[in-house]
Unconditional design. Structure first.
Length: 273
């Protein structure tokens, strides 16, 4: 198992262009979300009455806000902005994945060239697979959401609600994890020019090592996060800011490392190593 993770490290280390692209993508995406939230929240905070104006002013603020949300089209612009960001995310995610997975399989090519070529060759198959993954992820909610609503309406203590919802949430999270793992191996197969079915069968053959590697990589990521947060609390200031940016880069590398470790399992199970 440790050899698979070590080989995954070596494969990920040979993907500098993909790691840097993912880092910039996450940085720009976080900035876009921050700007959107900032443009919505800050104007509202400027209008929020101070404590010196009394309770009546606060009540009037909430009444006015409710009226503007329900009786005007103020909310429409925010909804369109949110839908636009969601659509961009749904397009950019398979685009980045196409470049990354193609780069993993064609290491002899130039790092930048293989990433761009992977986007050109695999974007549309990956886009269809991503849309299918989202649909399959949301499908169980058709049955789970009414059940959760029934639990919330019939249980009156936090303990009973948690005890009733925990099995449902656990099963749904497990389903989402396995679905993501299946889609990952299907993407490996598509990058190799194989069929989606071969990727699914390969994942089933290597299910135990795949899950084990995922757990180990999750623990590595958790240790990294706790370490950075602890150091940031001790040495706050400019050093903490620099450390946080390095952490974001390390986090991106760990994601590529995790995918590369799964790719190493796929190679072993397809006897192409």
């Amino acid at each position: 198992m440790l050899k698979l993770i070590k080989d995954g490290w070596n494969i990920a280390w040979r993907q500098p262009f993909a790691v840097l692209t993912l880092f910039i993508y996450n940085l720009l995406w976080g900035l876009a979300l921050f700007k959107m939230v900032y443009s919505i929240i800050v104007p509202l905070l400027h209008r929020y009455p101070s404590a010196s104006l009394g309770r009546e002013a606060t009540q009037l603020f909430w009444i006015e806000s409710q009226f503007r949300l329900t009786k005007t089209d103020m909310l429409h612009s925010y909804l369109w902005l949110g839908f636009g960001l969601l659509a961009a995310r749904m397009l950019l995610t398979p685009l980045i994945n196409a470049g990354l997975y193609y780069s993993l399989h064609h290491t002899l090519l130039n790092s930048g060239y293989r990433f761009v070529h992977g986007i050109r060759q695999l974007f549309f198959p990956y886009l269809g697979l991503y849309a299918l993954q989202i649909a399959l992820s949301l499908a169980p909610l058709y049955w789970l959401a009414p059940e959760a609503a029934h639990i919330l309406s019939t249980h009156y203590t936090y303990e009973s609600i948690v005890q009733s919802l925990l099995p449902i949430i656990s099963v749904y999270l497990l389903y989402g994890y396995l679905l993501r793992l299946v889609c990952m191996y299907v993407q490996f197969a598509l990058a190799d020019g194989s069929s989606a079915w071969s990727g699914m069968f390969t994942m089933l053959r290597g299910l135990l090592p795949a899950v084990s590697v995922s757990v180990i990589m999750l623990l590595i990521g958790a240790v990294l996060t706790v370490t950075v947060l602890s150091v940031s609390l001790i040495w706050a200031g400019f050093f903490a800011l620099i450390l946080y940016q390095l952490y974001r880069l390390a986090n991106v590398f760990c994601r590529v490392w995790s995918i590369a470790s799964q790719y190493r399992i796929w190679l072993a199970k397809t006897d192409t190593l």
